[in-house]
Design a protein around this ligand. Structure first.
Ligand code: ADP
Length: 321
């Protein structure tokens, strides 16, 4: 179905406390503001995709507990299809304990909980849903067997398969060959290919390595520097939009989620990258991860209102990597 994105991935409840400093081992400190919110790369990307305008279904596993029920409620309110979010009776919903200090440094512990039990049987149960997608979007916070099974199904249906390879891990070649678009950040690109990003030439080498793995389109996100795109006929650096950054947590999730949404409409990859670049730029001007994803109207208005500097217009931005 056109416009249909299936996201398979993690759901976590993020429990965040702001403190003056991060406690040392054995130390107890009194923190400040506490917040509870939805998180997990899969859920973050599903929210970004639905807000960008896609019809989104999210396949995941949560515990049969209060946090799991709240999570499904939260995603339903976003109008995300939650029929294939499975309840697990054995283990709790995934949680992330996040401590953020005054300087914005953080320290995070994740208990994957039910996310670690998403199975190939779950993927089989969701067969019809996965087969109806024009874009499949996956990350690496769920068991690789389940991800592999889903990729196989979408590939067989000629859907566009996007892998956001986070957190980075080595992947087998026959899996990579079925991926249409990979969206690593700088660290993930370095870890997967073993090539350090030092300059534009090193980015070209990384792209070539991904091409050798059999991936056709490579989009390396470079934070405030933008995106290095390796498409079948071109390699280029697309600069980031200049914005006042407040919190870049989850920028990569917003990029991949909104990219999936734009591609599901049949947009060219070049245009979808431009729109997703805008979407991610807006998200860094706001606090939070999942909640910072903009909606379609905000993305379009941003692109209309954006006034590039003279250097950007002349395409003479010098980017030091
Ligand atoms: P991740 O969150 O996975 O580490 P990045 O930090 O590379 O990902 O950010 C993803 C994308 O978000 C970038 O390619 C860019 O489009 C956008 N972005 C991130 N930081 C900024 C920033 N300071 N200003 C504008 N855009 C940004």
């Amino acid at each position: 179905m056109k416009n249909k994105v299936v996201v398979i991935g993690s759901y976590n409840t993020d429990l965040t406390i702001r403190t003056k400093k991060i406690p040392r081992p054995g130390e107890t400190i009194i923190g400040g503001f506490f917040s509870e919110g939805g998180g997990g790369k899969g859920a973050n990307q599903a929210v970004a995709a639905v807000r960008a305008g896609a019809n989104v279904s999210f396949i995941a596993r949560v515990g049969n507990d209060v946090l799991g029920k709240e999570g499904i409620e939260r995603l339903t309110q976003e109008r995300i299809g939650t029929r294939y979010i499975f309840y697990d009776n054995e283990v709790p919903t995934g949680v992330a304990f996040i401590v953020v200090d005054e300087r914005g440094e953080n320290s995070i512990v994740v208990a994957s909980g039910a996310n670690a039990r998403l199975s190939t049987a779950d993927i089989e149960t969701a067969h019809d849903e996965i087969s109806s997608a024009s874009v499949l979007l996956v990350q690496l916070e769920s068991p690789i067997d389940a991800i592999r099974a889903a990729i196989k199904k979408s590939h067989a249906k000629n859907a566009t398969v996007i892998l956001n390879p986070a957190p980075a891990q080595q992947l087998e070649l026959n899996l990579l060959q079925e991926i249409d678009i990979i969206t690593p950040n700088k660290v993930e690109a370095e870890m997967i290919t073993g090539i350090k990003v030092t300059d534009e030439d090193s980015l070209r080498l990384i792209v070539k390595k991904f091409f050798d793995y059999g991936i056709k389109n490579v989009l390396i996100t470079l934070g405030a520097k933008g995106i290095f795109t390796g498409l079948p006929n071109t390699m280029e650096l697309i600069p980031a939009f200049k914005v006042c950054s407040v919190d870049s947590t989850g920028a990569g999730d917003v990029f991949s989620g909104s990219l999936a949404a734009f591609l599901s409409e049949g947009m060219s990859i070049e245009k979808a990258v431009k729109m997703a670049n805008a979407s991610a730029a807006i998200s860094v001007t706001r606090m939070g991860a999942q909640n910072s994803a903009p909606n379609r109207m905000e993305i379009e208005n941003f692109l209309i209102a954006y006034k590039p500097s003279e250097a950007e217009v002349l395409n003479r931005v010098i980017v030091n990597l």
